[in-house]
Design a protein around this ligand. Structure first.
Ligand SMILES: Nc1ncnc2c1ncn2[C@@H]1O[C@H](COP(=O)(O)OP(=O)(O)O)[C@@H](O)[C@H]1O
Ligand SMILES: [Mg+2]
Length: 338
């Protein structure tokens, strides 16, 4: 469905890998459609191995999808070549999970950032110097860090540099792949706040990937829930948390989330019964049925329908309508007395 206000649109994307294990195919991303409005911050959550990184990497061109379309401002990337493709791709930047693997250890921070500026045609030395200063400032790092090497920096500082490098090319979309998961608990909240500030101040749209629903709850306007290569539920984040309507989302949410954001930020995802099945051999019918507490015979017979539960709330489960009807919005929380 075309939505005029979409900045990024991913349609029916399929990305497969030939797995090492006897040449079997792994369909890491299986017929996924998502969209992002300009300046919108959207969450993508699911357990490790469900295909989140592959989806993000496919969007930025680090993986080659087998089929489907990726459109920026309505322009299909596959219709572009050469310079037009490079320039359009540049508008979509990827922030990696691991800040230790994503920076060149032989370049100073200043050189790393300057390299990105040269890519966008900024060749004037003085202009580069000023821009490096601004970028470091935007991510909360002192100017003196420009002379340092990545090995001299902490994980949090490296991730800030990686963010600055992404911003250097003035992207319109950031794909943030679990950008705080590898960081110490004590600095996660700081870097998370940095994303929120940048998103607000610069108006960059952001697909924020996390394995933990709690982390994206406060930050995002909408959330997609992914399971074994497929989006199983999507809704406004407020509604998703208040009325989760897919058994997988309900399991991910587990116990009632805390109202205290400091507790939320450090909460581990609750355990779900059993392990995620191998994507080389996904269950027939609904992929979640082998772990689903509500599985019925019908769930094995074919893929579940994607039901529209409310405007902009969908879940792919035969009983999603019932689950939605029996859920109820969270009671309004009164501010805690001081
Ligand atoms: N380069 C690759 N070659 C083969 N299999 C891959 C490759 N990258 C990812 N996969 C497989 O694709 C599935 C999804 O992985 P990934 O996208 O990394 O999930 P997530 O980011 O949600 O943890 C996993 O089963 C993983 O083993
Ligand atoms: Mg990943």
């Amino acid at each position: 469905m075309h939505e005029a206000e979409d900045l990024l649109r991913v349609e029916n994307l399929v990305t497969r890998f030939k797995s090492v294990e006897r040449g079997k195919w792994v369909t890491a991303v299986d017929d996924v459609s998502i969209r992002l409005a300009p300046g919108e911050m959207v969450g993508l959550v699911g357990e490790s191995g469900c295909g989140k990184s592959t989806l993000g990497r496919s969007i930025v061109g680090l993986e080659r999808p087998q089929s489907g379309r990726i459109l920026l401002d309505g322009v299909d990337l596959s219709s572009l070549r050469g310079r037009a493709l490079r320039e359009t791709r540049r508008a979509i930047q990827y922030v990696f999970q691991d800040p230790y693997a994503s920076l060149n250890d032989r370049q100073t921070i200043g050189e790393t950032l300057t390299e990105a500026l040269i890519i966008i045609g900024m060749t004037d030395r003085e202009a580069q110097r000023r821009r490096v200063h601004t970028l470091l400032d935007q991510v909360g790092l002192p100017d003196a860090l420009a002379e340092r090497y990545p090995r001299e920096l902490s994980g949090g500082q490296r991730q800030r540099v990686a963010i600055a490098r992404s911003l250097a090319v003035e992207p319109r979309v950031l794909i943030c792949d679990e950008p705080v998961s590898a960081l110490d608990l004590s600095i996660r909240a700081q870097v998370m706040n940095l994303f929120l500030t940048l998103h607000k101040d610069l108006g960059v749209a952001c697909l924020f990937i996390a394995h933990d629903l709690a982390l994206v709850r406060q930050a995002t306007s909408r959330t997609y829930v992914m399971y074994l290569g497929k989006i199983v539920e999507d809704a406004s984040s407020a509604e998703l948390y208040a009325r989760p309507s897919h058994p997988y989302t309900q399991a991910l949410l587990g116990s009632i989330p805390s109202a205290d954001p400091r507790v939320e930020a450090h909460r581990e995802p609750p355990p779900i019964f059993g392990d995620i099945p191998s994507p080389t051999n996904p269950p027939s019918g609904c992929r979640f049925r082998t772990r689903c507490p509500r599985a019925m015979e019908v769930c094995a017979s074919g893929p579940p329908p994607r039901l529209a539960l409310a405007p902009r709330h969908h879940a792919s489960c035969v009983i999603a309508g019932d689950l939605y009807a029996h859920s109820h919005p969270e009671p309004h929380r009164l501010p805690m007395p001081a």
